[in-house]
Ligand binder design. Structure first.
Ligand SMILES: *[C@@H]1O[C@H](CO)[C@@H](O)[C@H](O)[C@H]1NC(C)=O
Ligand SMILES: *[C@@H]1O[C@H](CO)[C@@H](O)[C@H](O)[C@H]1NC(C)=O
Ligand SMILES: *[C@@H]1O[C@H](CO)[C@@H](O)[C@H](O)[C@H]1NC(C)=O
Ligand SMILES: *[C@@H]1O[C@H](CO)[C@@H](O)[C@H](O)[C@H]1NC(C)=O
Length: 298
């Protein structure tokens, strides 16, 4: 036992070795390989396992660029979602918060560039986290031959959210009461946005190129997942937060329930960054010292 922990410690403390960045054998990567999903009896691997280290693939083309959201854009995403959710007449609509682990998984999928040059609406196989075994996913992509389009502009995030919201017109009232999949009507992005029990969102953004085209892929992951067949999208009613006795109304959005977790309280580190490696290392050093102490005290 002593030897094993010591080996682990020396193996994963590359504090100052930049070349360790993104090495797929790190424990964090293994962590996501253990977070798989089941579809019936089939085990589906987590996107952060099979796409590790989650960098842009060759499909992204020569002019690819990772465009992670900055805090202004993260707050914009969560505000737009909450404004839309606040406009529903629902008795159980939770407030949404931004979640950086979902952002990491969404970026991991955006960096695969499956969406180029035309949106394919293909989702990843599995995006489970420790907190939620099942998360939702909305996709949007656009491309142009006009080389002066700035794909990092926040207006494209706005366009993605607008396009998902526009599916509202396709939803019938009975789908809101009991969700069902409809082959000819697209509304699953909208229903995920306003799924009452979903309370976190995180988005990834990657620029890609193909032939004369340059474009952007925007992926948002939602926890816990909505669009569960047979369950309500939300419960209609004029009195907000009355479906469950413990729900409290949000101070910023009077029709939403619960408190928003501020962005700065989300301390998730993507597992392939030096900061995360250092964090894991700190945990291991702690475990090692505790073990040593126990060993000496006995
Ligand atoms: C190309 O994009 C730029 C920036 O968005 C725009 O100002 C310009 O009008 C576009 N050109 C064409 C030909 O559409
Ligand atoms: C963050 O993104 C916004 C919107 O795209 C942009 O206006 C702003 O300059 C960015 N902030 C930083 C610090 O890069
Ligand atoms: C209200 O919004 C502010 C600013 O975005 C935020 O800091 C605060 O946590 C929010 N309050 C609640 C109860 O969600
Ligand atoms: C979130 O962070 C603020 C300060 O940034 C702190 O006052 C608050 O207690 C934190 N909340 C939680 C739940 O950690």
């Amino acid at each position: 036992m002593f030897r094993l922990r010591f080996v682990l410690l020396t193996f994963c403390c590359p504090y100052s070795h930049e070349q360790h960045l993104g090495m797929p054998h790190l424990p964090a990567h293994a962590h996501y390989c253990l977070l798989s999903c089941y579809s019936g009896d089939v085990l589906l691997p987590n996107v952060a396992c099979y796409a590790a280290p989650c960098l842009p693939t060759y499909l992204c083309g020569e002019r690819h660029k990772m465009l992670p959201l900055n805090d202004t854009e993260r707050e914009y995403v969560v505000r737009r979602h909450n404004e839309i959710r606040n406009s529903m007449l629902a008795t159980d609509m939770l407030v949404m918060s931004y979640n950086k682990e979902l952002e990491f998984l969404a970026s991991c999928w955006a960096n695969m560039c499956i969406e180029r040059p035309r949106p394919s609406h293909a989702r990843d196989l599995c995006r489970a986290t420790n907190t939620y075994s099942n998360n939702g996913q909305n996709l949007w992509a656009d491309a142009s031959t006009n080389s002066s389009v700035d794909w990092s502009d926040i207006k494209h995030i706005g366009a993605a959210i607008d396009s998902w919201y526009a599916e509202k017109d396709n939803v019938a009232e009975d789908v809101i009461r009991s969700y069902k999949y409809h082959e000819s009507e697209m509304y699953e992005y909208y229903t995920q946005m306003v799924w009452a029990e979903t309370h976190s969102v995180g988005c990834g953004r990657t620029q890609f190129s193909a032939y004369k085209y340059t474009g952007v892929s925007i992926v948002c992951d939602y926890g816990p997942a909505g669009n569960i067949i047979g369950e309500p999208v939300y419960t209609s009613g004029v009195k907000p937060c009355t479906r469950y006795p413990k729900m409290i109304q949000n101070k910023n959005y009077s029709r939403l329930c619960g408190e928003e977790i501020p962005l700065e309280n989300d301390t998730f580190y993507p597992p392939f960054t030096l900061q995360a490696i250092k964090h894991q290392c700190d945990v291991l050093v702690f475990l090692f010292l505790r073990f040593l102490l126990e060993f000496l005290l006995n």
